[in-house]
Design a protein around this ligand. Structure first.
Ligand code: SAM
Ligand code: SF4
Length: 324
C-alpha cells in the first residue's frame, strides 16, 4: 500500500503511540503539578490501538514506540505489546518503549518476551535531590528498573532533559555514570511542551553549552548523523552520546515521525496546534480505507516543523498527553 509522504517530501517510517496520558511522576518540564487527565472513556482500548497501529504499518510505518504518560500504568500493557508485536508479519521491524522505569522491575522480562526490542528510560539526573526536584518523585525505583531491564537482557538507552538552574550541573556526573555502565545516553534540550507559561527560552541549555561542559573533562568527537533526531558524538573515543537540539538547531528537514495520542488523535508534529481525531472517527464506524484516507491527508499537510514557528504551541495538550 502507498507510503505516507508529506508535502515537503518526507516519508514517514516511525510512529509513537501513547498508551495512556496517566503518569505516576510529575516531571516539571512535562506536565502541571495537578494535571487534568483525559476522560477515561475517551482513551483507546487495546483493539482500537492495535487496529490503528496495523493501518499505519500497512502504509509503511516500520518502527513503533509505545509511550505516554507512563506505559506501565496500563493494566493490559503486555497484551498490547504482544498484539502490536504480531504486526511484524505485516512489516513492523522494531517495537520500542519509552518509560520512567519506576514500575518496570517486576515486568521487565515479560515485556522483553512480549516483543519490546529496546527501551528508552528517562533519567534526568543521578543526584537524588536533583532528580526529586525535577520529577517530584524518588530515584531509587528508577535505578532498580534500569538494573532489572539490563538483567533481562534488554537494550536500554537513557534520555535526559537539561534545564538551566535545575540539572545542568548534573550533565557530566550523569554522563560519567552512564559511561561506567555502558548505557548510551541522549541529552535533550528543554522544549516548550509543558504547562502553559512555564517554559522560558533562558532555561534551555543548548547543545553547544552541554558540549562545552562535557569538553572540560572529556574528549568529544562529532560523527556523521543518521536519521535519528539526536546529533551523534563519541566521548573518549568509545562511548556513544546523542544530543537532541530541537530548540537551538531543529532537525525537521528529514523528520519521519508521526504520533497518536491515547485518545487516537494523530499529530504529525510534536508542535502541531491541532490533531486529526482518528479515534473518534474509528468509533463512528469509519472503515480502514476511509481512516487511511484521513491519515494520508493529514500527513500530506504536515508543517515544515519547529524551525518554521519556534516557541510554545497554543494548544491544551502538554507533553504527557501528547506522548513524548
Ligand atoms: N513517561 C515516560 C518517560 O518519562 O520516559 C514516557 C513519556 S515522556 C512524555 C517521553 C519523553 O518526553 C521523556 O524522555 C521526557 O523526558 C520527554 N519530555 C517531556 N517533556 C519534555 C520537554 N518539555 N522537553 C523535552 N523533552 C520532554
Ligand atoms: Fe511522566 Fe514521563 Fe512526563 Fe515524567 S516525562 S511526567 S515520567 S510522562
Amino acid at each position: 500500500m502507498s507510503p505516507l509522504i508529506d508535502r515537503h517530501g518526507r516519508t514517514k517510517r516511525k510512529l509513537r503511540i501513547s498508551l495512556t496520558d496517566r503518569c505516576n511522576f510529575r516531571c516539571t518540564y512535562c506536565m502541571p503539578e495537578h494535571p487534568d487527565w483525559l476522560p477515561r472513556a475517551s482513551l483507546l482500548g487495546r483493539g482500537e490501538i492495535v487496529r490503528l497501529a496495523g493501518l499505519f504499518v500497512d502504509h509503511g510505518i516500520d518502527q513503533i514506540r509505545l509511550t505516554g504518560g507512563e506505559p506501565l500504568l496500563r493494566r493490559d500493557l503486555s497484551e498490547c505489546v504482544r498484539e502490536i508485536s504480531a504486526l511484524r508479519a505485516r512489516g513492523l521491524a522494531r517495537l520500542s518503549m519509552t518509560t520512567n522505569a519506576s514500575r518496570i522491575a517486576p515486568k521487565a522480562r515479560e515485556l522483553v518476551e512480549a516483543g519490546i526490542d529496546d527501551f528508552n528510560v528517562s533519567l534526568d539526573a543521578i543526584d537524588p535531590d536533583t532528580f526529586r526536584r525535577l520529577t517530584r518523585r524518588e530515584i531509587a525505583p528508577v535505578l532498580d528498573g534500569i538494573d532489572a531491564l539490563v538483567d533481562a537482557g534488554a537494550k536500554v538507552k537513557l534520555n535526559a532533559v537539561v534545564i538551566r538552574g535545575d540539572n545542568e550541573k548534573d550533565v557530566v556526573p550523569l554522563l560519567e555514570w552512564a559511561m561506567a555502565r555502558g548505557l548510551p545516553l541522549r541529552f535533550i534540550e528543554y522544549m516548550p511542551l509543558d504547562a502553559p507559561g512555564h517554559w522560558k527560552r533562558d532555561a534551555v541549555v543548548s547543545e553547544a553549552e552541554m558540549l562545552a561542559a562535557i569538553g572540560e573533562r572529556h574528549h568529544v568527537e562529532s560523527v556523521p548523523r543518521s536519521h535519528d533526531p539526536a546529533t551523534p558524538y563519541v566521548v573518549d573515543g568509545r562511548y556513544p552520546l546523542g544530543i537532541i537540539s530541537t530548540v537551538s538547531n531543529p532537525f525537521c528537514s528529514t523528520c519521519d515521525r508521526l504520533r497518536i495520542t491515547a485518545t487516537g488523535e494523530l499529530f504529525t508534529c510534536l508542535f502541531s496546534p491541532i490533531g486529526t481525531p482518528l479515534g473518534a472517527r474509528l468509533r463512528e464506524g469509519l472503515d480502514d480505507e476511509a481512516l487511511a484516507a484521513q491519515v494520508a491527508r493529514a500527513v500530506w499537510l504536515k508543517d515544515a516543523g519547529y524551525a518554521s514557528r519556534p516557541g510554545p504551541v497554543d494548544r491544551p495538550l502538554t507533553m504527557h498527553a501528547m506522548g513524548g
